[in-house]
Ligand binder design. Structure first.
Ligand code: NDP
Length: 279
């Protein structure tokens, strides 16, 4: 039976550490501020934004909320980002994605000052990660590294396979595992013999966006399996990209869905915001 990697516990641990750090900074007279911008009222985005604001309140970060109407123009949004870039009381700027179709997402990401880019999506942040320089790292893959480290799972020298090559999960995940001295393979929709490639993995990270696609036939006995996927099935129950019931008996450790990778994303966003204030 696999050990369960408890993302809820580890994210709470990180948030509590940050809470202490923020309280100490407050005593020195430094308050941390984060701007959270949402354009339109997509219900899923509203839930994410609400959770981010709740996490800020828990840790002691002041959050400023900008709920803009769907018809907000790109110019208006960029003007707001420009104003927040110049505001010394704001350390982190988060624009909840996706933005409505009439707004160019890339232009929005590029408009955020890299020093306030707490999502780690700015090309400068991505570039810094790829050449091993300091910069903000995309929160979900950064959270997965924390899950592994805080569960005592060694990465150095391990065969790591990441399924998925998106800019926000797969690619930064591969770079982070490489930074930790893993031997990294990135698989995607054109990969041949996917199961065979995955069965090489000591650490298998699945970010494929397909409910329960990865079953035991993809997993080597004793591998660590990290499930990034989040899906809601017909009964409104959450499941991941991994078929948990099939994989759990084969793996040595596995993240559940919910309660695995999910809670880590917000914890790392808070971490990035505190780092932004310390810069
Ligand atoms: P994307 O859809 O952007 O990327 C999916 C990747 O999987 C692509 O690189 C694609 O390959 C690859 N892929 C698709 N089908 C196959 C296949 N049959 N075989 C091999 N590779 C395949 O997804 P994201 O990276 O944004 O997200 C992945 C999952 O993680 C989703 O379920 C998402 O909901 C979840 N997620 C969870 C977060 C959390 O906080 N827990 C945060 C972000 C995402 P190709 O490039 O060739 O098309």
């Amino acid at each position: 039976m696999a050990e369960l990697i408890d993302g809820k516990r580890i994210s709470r641990e990180i948030k509590d550490e940050l809470k202490e750090q923020v309280a100490a900074l407050k005593e020195e007279g430094k308050e941390i501020g984060m701007a959270v911008i949402q354009v339109g009222n997509d219900p899923a985005s509203s839930v994410y934004v609400g959770n981010k604001k709740k996490a800020c309140a828990y840790i002691g970060i002041r959050s400023e909320s900008y709920e803009l109407p769907e018809e907000t123009s790109q110019e208006e949004l960029l003007a707001l980002i420009g104003k927040l870039n110049a505001d010394p009381k704001i350390h982190g700027i988060l624009v909840q994605l996706p933005v409505p179709a009439h707004i160019d997402e890339e232009a929005v990401i590029k408009a955020i000052d890299p020093a306030k880019d707490v999502d780690g999506f700015h090309p400068q942040s991505v570039g810094a990660l790829s050449i091993g320089q300091k910069g903000f790292v995309s929160c979900t893959p950064a959270g997965i590294i924390q899950l592994l480290k805080r569960s005592g799972i060694e990465i150095e020298g391990k065969e790591c396979v990441v399924i998925g090559r998106s800019n926000i999960v797969g690619k930064p995940m591969a770079l982070l595992l490489l930074r930790e001295n893993g031997t990294v393979t990135v698989a995607h929709s054109r990969t041949k013999n996917l199961k065979e490639v995955c069965r090489r993995a000591d650490i298998l990270v699945v970010a494929v966006g397909k409910p329960k696609m990865v079953d035991a036939s993809y997993v080597k006995e004793g591998a660590v399996v990290i499930d990034v996927g989040i899906h809601r099935n017909a009964d409104n129950k959450l499941c991941g990209d991994v078929d948990f019931e099939s994989v759990e008996p084969v793996a040595s450790a596995i993240t559940p869905v919910p309660g695995g990778v999910g809670p880590m994303t917000i914890a790392m966003l808070m971490y990035n915001c505190v780092q932004a204030a310390l810069m």
